[in-house]
Design a protein around this ligand. Structure first.
Ligand SMILES: *[C@@H]1O[C@H](CO)[C@@H](O)[C@H](O)[C@H]1NC(C)=O
Ligand SMILES: *[C@@H]1O[C@H](CO)[C@@H](O)[C@H](O)[C@H]1NC(C)=O
Ligand SMILES: *[C@@H]1O[C@H](CO)[C@@H](O)[C@H](O)[C@H]1NC(C)=O
Ligand SMILES: *[C@@H]1O[C@H](CO)[C@@H](O)[C@H](O)[C@H]1NC(C)=O
Length: 405
């Protein structure tokens, strides 16, 4: 029966503001709007590629949920500080090969500008931050780019108290994600110089909320031999639906008040693997364009999940390798210290209720010294020698036994 979501594992729940690639009408659109859409096809391709990667690595039966926009943005901030091969790998994996960093920065600036516009009934908050080791100064040019184009907040943390520094970062992320993500950072490397932080928070109310009185316990079939009890919400109404029989999939669109909607892709029984194998931006566009209004009895579980992923291995396999190695080139972040990425972590949470959806994600990229700069403390007697380079002569020489004498 079309529209009844009781089948096998619930497919990827995809939240998006711009599913279908909007055709470009240069004469009707403001230039900024065009430019903020330039990234959307690339970011969609990256999203599906990342989904497939995460899926091959995930243990059977686990949930996958992440913010593609959040991860693309965090990696773009990182690429703003990268040069050479390190930069090339980041751009290639993000699909930005045909663009340069300046264009990408500008496109994100426009995207944040668009997102900043007030939205009446939905709340989408996407932002960036840089937590800086208090005794480390990155290049001012890099900070200017992240502040200006990525609207990043910059704050410093005291690494002499790593526990307090982590707590401070976690409080920041918890605040931005309305407490959906509380412990984003578990431990901080003593060699950490900078943490690039992205957060995405979304709260949307269904245009057609479910009636709480209709929600009943029902089975959800995790696989052919495992079922779990869920709170199944019900609503019989007109929805945009498409049954793609040839491709074994039913697609349902649940709009939120405002500009966002949830697309649920429900593969037929036993067809999840097949659908995951071919799903792409083109399929989504085709499905989206094929939706038509039908009167259906929809049943959708009410649920709350959270996920946590360490992306280093995944990104390595997608072609981002140098950033994590001693050959990393982050000379656009610092011309003095040799830096590399130590970890990329992503956490996300999703809650679906009768009233709507609340979702949040955070991506954290930890940047460290290759090795901690050696500490030199002149706290014992020392020799001193003042040398003039031009005349190659020792001007002064001595031994300091007691600087207070
Ligand atoms: C980036 O590309 C644009 C458009 O092709 C060009 O005008 C600009 O000079 C390029 N910037 C850099 C830094 O290469
Ligand atoms: C939807 O997006 C348009 C811009 O694309 C904006 O003007 C409008 O305010 C948005 N509506 C809501 C309810 O956010
Ligand atoms: C986040 O912090 C700001 C400023 O301190 C505060 O006004 C806001 O209520 C906080 N938001 C949440 C969700 O805690
Ligand atoms: C199934 O997917 C293919 C793309 O792989 C598409 O061309 C075709 O139209 C889809 N079938 C239907 C019935 O929509």
């Amino acid at each position: 029966m079309a529209g009844v979501v009781t089948g096998y594992t619930l497919a990827a729940l995809l939240l998006s503001l711009t599913w279908a690639d909007h055709p470009h009408h240069p004469h009707n659109h403001h230039e900024a709007e065009l430019s903020c859409h330039t990234l959307s096809p690339f970011n969609s391709n990256f999203a599906f590629a990342l989904y497939k990667r995460l899926n091959t690595e995930a243990a059977a039966g686990t949930n996958i949920f992440f913010s593609p926009l959040g991860i693309s943005t965090a990696l773009s901030v990182l690429s703003a500080g990268a040069s050479g091969e390190t930069h090339r790998q980041l751009f290639s994996t993000l699909g930005y090969d045909t663009l340069n960093q300046t264009q990408v920065n500008k496109a994100y600036e426009n995207l944040f500008h668009m997102l900043g516009h007030s939205r009446e009934n939905e709340q989408l908050n996407v932002g960036n931050a840089v937590a800086l080791r208090s005794d480390f100064s990155p290049l001012e040019k890099f900070l200017k780019v992240v502040r200006h184009h990525y609207s990043a907040e910059i704050f410093s943390v005291d690494l002499t108290k790593p526990g307090d520094a982590a707590a401070e970062i976690n409080t920041f992320i918890a605040n931005k994600t309305h407490n959906m993500i509380k412990d984003a950072v578990k431990d901080i490397s003593p060699a950490m110089v900078m943490m690039l932080i992205n957060y995405v928070y979304f709260k949307g109310e269904w245009t057609k909320p479910f009636n709480r009185d209709m929600t009943m316990k029902a089975d959800f079939h995790v696989n052919p031999t495992t079922k779990v009890q869920v709170d199944m919400m019900k609503r019989t109404d007109h929805y945009h639906v498409y049954t793609d029989a040839a491709n074994h999939t039913t697609v349902i669109k649940l709009p939120y008040k405002g500009n966002a909607s949830m697309m649920i892709i429900l593969p037929d029984e036993g067809k999840m693997k097949e659908v995951e194998g071919f799903i792409s931006k083109e399929h989504m566009r085709n499905w989206h364009n094929s939706l038509s209004e039908k009167y259906v009895a929809l049943q959708l579980p009410k649920f709350s999940i959270s996920t946590e992923a360490s992306l280093k291995q995944t990104l390595n396999e997608m072609g981002i390798t140098d950033a994590f190695e001693d050959r990393a080139d982050f000379s656009a972040m610092s011309d003095k210290a040799k830096l590399k990425v130590s970890k990329v972590t992503h956490r996300a949470a999703l809650s679906v209720t009768e009233m709507g959806t609340e979702a949040a994600a955070t991506s954290v990229i930890e940047i460290v010294y290759f090795s901690l700069p050696p500490t030199i403390i002149v706290n014992r007697p020392f020799l001193v020698c003042i040398w003039d380079h031009s005349i190659r002569s020792i001007l002064f020489m001595g031994k300091i036994n007691d600087p207070t004498a």
